[in-house]
Design a protein around this ligand. Structure first.
Ligand code: TYD
Ligand code: MG
Length: 473
């Protein structure tokens, strides 16, 4: 009789090994390896000993006619934008996010819209009882929508329910960490359960043409638990993020086989559910402080859309041997680089100061075009000189201090003008792109020009007194 073969899987990175160890060899995490028994040679078990002879496949050419299947539009414009123009039938989408951010709310709203449009939408919840979901539906005022509800965690039951009837237009699984398959002995939420259940469900979606939406929880460090395994299997990965202090929620596409990946959708969590925010710039600049030093408005691009956001810097004398550098909303390496360039190329000293950087409104900036705005905020905070209130900043900084060109300059300027800004500090324009004629434009060849412009004649004084302070202390 064949012995049952046990395998050990790391719950952090998904690596499997033949024996238990305290530390995973692949990712170096401690105490993450869990024994997983497979009852039959399912997904967790290796290939069965006796290999069946494979079939000969018929090959197709690239120019085979593809029937153009219309995408499912949800009429929630922000959601449709992030999915790349609607849901593609037969695709699988993973929606990740921290607990309580609003994943279930968003998906119930999407399901309700589609159901009201006459599509069959099913919602399987492993976390909440149907009564709880109905309560949420009442709050969202969508109780009339004919969404099919079930509280179920066994993937076999879910699949049988799906197979028993015509395929639905949309299936929601909330969440993948609660679903389990009895072909595996591992607990729900472990890597092998998450992987096996996702595989079954994705296969069903491809076969039937239903859109599969899977909710995935993220761990403390922001990864979807049962990590990359699910991300590889699905067509689209959306992250729902936001900041608990704000009502704003940002849905961001991090992988999309059917659209652009840098799109964001902006929502506001209200008492009766998520509302779309059609003009995010207005929202991010909404509570702007007038003329305090250290604030610079960055004209950014998120996906296909310009977004204006305020970058705030605070520079304070430090009592620490290694001064603090704290960043919210952008990459800390980027801040370190800009501080280094400012001190090496423009003679500004941050060595005895703590530096705090914050992107207002809970947005996370990934564009290098924010460099000039960050630098302007830092110079302003260090010198105590406020920046002009009607000015936007953008441009990428190279290590030499030169200001590099960025894309979409026209779109950035247009958005800024629309919101009442009068001037822009930006890189030298490239040929072909005509920047906005109605904006007052200050072209920066080098970061030292920005420093000189902000500090002006006062700059020399501030630097001198700074020098004295440092010498005296
Ligand atoms: P939920 O969708 O349950 O989050 P997730 O599924 O990501 O864990 O959202 C829960 C939060 O949203 C909760 O803190 C209450 C809030 N909320 C509102 O503010 N308004 C609403 O209409 C709803 C349904 C929830
Ligand atoms: Mg939920």
């Amino acid at each position: 009789m064949a012995r049952e073969k046990n395998s050990f899987a790391c719950q952090s990175c998904g690596a499997s090994s033949g024996q238990w160890a305290g530390r995973c060899n692949a990712c170096g995490e401690w105490n993450t390896i869990v024994e997983e028994v497979s009852k039959n040679s399912g997904i967790a078990g290796g290939p069965s000993k006796k290999q069946a002879k494979g079939l000969t496949l018929e090959l197709e050419s690239l120019d085979t006619e593809v029937a153009d299947v219309p995408r499912l539009l949800t009429d929630i414009a922000e959601f449709d934008r992030v999915t790349g123009g609607g849901l593609v039938p037969g695709s699988a989408i993973l929606v990740g996010g921290e607990p309580g951010i609003g994943k279930s709310t968003l998906l119930l709203q999407v399901a309700a819209v589609l159901a009201n449009k006459g599509h069959r939408a099913l919602y399987f919840s492993g976390e909440e009882a149907t009564a709880q979901i109905r309560l949420r539906a009442k709050r969202l005022k969508v109780t009339d929508a004919p969404v099919g509800l079930a509280a179920e965690t066994n993937v076999a039951n879910i699949l049988s329910t799906l197979e028993a009837d015509d395929p639905p237009a949309m299936v929601i699984i909330d969440s993948i960490q609660t679903v389990w398959s009895d072909s595996l002995d591992a607990a729900p939420g472990t890597v092998s359960q998450v992987r096996a259940c996702s595989q079954h469900l994705v296969r069903y979606a491809k076969r039937s043409g239903a859109v599969l939406l899977i909710v995935g929880h993220v761990t403390k460090d922001g990864q979807i638990a049962g990590p990359k395994v699910v991300e590889h299997m699905v067509d689209t990965v959306l992250y729902f993020e936001g900041d608990s202090g704000h009502q704003f929620r940002i849905l961001r596409a991090v992988k999309n086989r059917f659209g652009a990946t840098d799109e964001i959708g902006v929502f506001e969590m209200k008492n009766e559910g998520l509302a779309e925010v059609a003009n995010p710039s207005e929202m991010f600049l909404g509570d702007r402080n007038d003329d305090s030093p250290g604030a610079a408005v960055f004209a950014g691009i998120e996906g296909s859309r310009p977004v204006l956001v305020e970058i705030q810097a605070l520079v304070a004398a430090s009592s620490l041997a290694t001064p603090r550098r704290a960043v919210v909303g952008c990459d800390s390496n980027r801040l370190a680089m800009i501080i280094a360039v400012l001190s090496a190329r423009c003679g500004l000293r941050f060595g005895a100061h703590d530096v705090y950087l914050n992107v207002a409104g809970g947005l996370r900036i990934t564009e290098p075009a924010a460099d000039v705005a960050i630098a302007a905020a830092l110079i302003s905070a260090l010198s105590g000189i406020a920046l002009p209130i009607d000015r936007v900043f953008f441009g990428e900084i190279s290590l030499s201090g030169a200001v590099r060109n960025v894309g979409h300059m026209g779109a950035r300027l247009k958005e800024a003008r629309k919101l009442g800004f009068k001037s822009a500090t930006m890189p030298m324009p490239v040929d072909g792109e005509t920047p906005d004629k109605k904006m007052l434009v200050e072209n920066l060849p080098h970061l030292s020009a920005l420093t000189a412009n902000i500090l002006g004649s006062e700059g020399a004084k501030t630097q001198d007194s700074d020098d004295k302070e440092t010498k005296n202390s």
